[in-house]
Design a protein around this ligand. Structure first.
Ligand code: PNS
Length: 166
C-alpha cells in the first residue's frame, strides 16, 4: 500500500469552496490525492460526471498532485484498486456526523484495510453544501464566493434563473 496517496470521494454536484478547502488541506499530509466523483445512476444530478470532473480540474488549476476520476460501485473497492487505503472526508456541522459515522463503519466492515480520516471544514464553509448552493442558484440567488468561479459560470449555463446573476 502506498501511504502517500489518499482518495477524496464525493458527489461534487458541483464542487464548492468547502471541498477545495479540504483538498488543499489534505495535500499538506498526502503527496497525491485522487478526487473520486461518484456516479450513482439512482440519484439525479444537476451536472453530468464529465461536467463535475471538468469543473474540479479547472477549480484546482490542473494541480499535478491531484487526479480526478469517476467511480461506480463500492468506494472501498475503488480505493483498493487505486493502491490507496485512506479515504478523506470533510466534516461540517454536527448534522454530518451520523451519516459519516455510518458510512465509515460500513466501509470498515466491507474492507478492514481501508480507513477514513476526517478534516473539519474551514469555518467559512461550515454551511456550504452542494444541495443548498443548487437550491439558491435555481431561484436566482448569487452563490458567488461559495463556489469556484468556474462553477459560478457553469451555473449560468445550466440554470436559466441564474443567467443574469453578476
Ligand atoms: O458527496 P457525498 O454525496 O456526501 O458523497 C457520498 C459518497 C459518494 C462518498 C458515498 O455515497 C459513497 O461512498 N458511495 C459509493 C457507494 C458505497 O461504497 N456505498 C457503501 C458505503 S456506505
Amino acid at each position: 500500500m502506498r501511504k502517500n496517496v489518499a482518495v477524496y470521494p464525493g458527489s461534487f454536484d458541483p464542487i464548492t469552496n468547502g471541498h477545495v478547502n479540504i483538498i488543499e488541506r489534505a495535500l499538506e499530509f498526502f503527496d497525491k490525492l485522487i478526487v473520486a466523483v461518484a456516479y450513482n445512476p439512482n440519484k439525479s444530478a444537476l451536472f453530468s460526471v464529465g461536467e463535475r470532473t471538468e469543473m474540479i480540474q479547472t477549480a484546482l488549476k490542473n494541480d499535478p498532485r491531484i487526479t480526478t476520476v469517476s467511480f461506480e460501485g463500492l468506494l472501498v473497492d475503488f480505493v483498493e484498486k487505486q493502491g490507496a487505503n485512506v479515504i478523506i472526508r470533510g466534516l461540517r456541522a454536527v448534522s454530518d456526523f451520523e451519516y459519516e459515522f455510518q458510512m465509515t463503519l460500513m466501509n470498515r466492515k466491507l474492507n478492514r484495510k481501508v480507513d477514513t480520516i476526517f478534516l473539519m471544514t474551514g469555518y467559512k464553509w461550515f454551511y456550504t453544501r452542494s444541495k443548498i448552493i443548487k437550491a439558491a442558484a435555481s431561484l436566482g440567488g448569487s452563490v458567488r464566493g461559495l463556489v469556484p468561479e468556474a462553477v459560478h459560470q457553469r451555473l449560468k449555463i445550466k440554470i436559466p434563473n441564474y443567467r443574469n446573476v453578476p
